[in-house]
Unconditional design. Structure first.
Length: 88
């Protein structure tokens, strides 16, 4: 039987090739403000989703890694858009 989508045959989570978000300035934010916003949104997304991209496997149960990863990116996009960025 084949494993579910996003999980390799040996049970490890397979993430998409790119996990990078691009946040474009829309309100003339300084580079210092952009860095601060990015860091705060990243921390908030980890708290909201329970997924930490800096931790092995996202820092949680492998069977929930893909779902939590998606929650993490949704939270990060929401936070950045709320601070006036266009996110792609």
């Amino acid at each position: 039987m084949a494993p579910p989508d996003g999980v390799e045959a040996n049970g490890t989570t397979q993430f998409p090739p790119s996990d990078q978000l691009f946040a474009y300035l829309t309100k003339g934010q300084s580079s210092e403000q952009q860095a601060k916003d990015h860091n705060e949104c990243q921390r908030w997304a980890v708290e909201q989703s329970g997924f930490d991209p800096a931790a092995a496997g996202g820092g949680g149960a492998p069977e929930k890694a893909v779902e939590k990863r998606n929650d993490y990116y949704r939270a990060q996009v929401s936070c950045l858009e709320g601070r006036g960025y266009t996110v792609r």
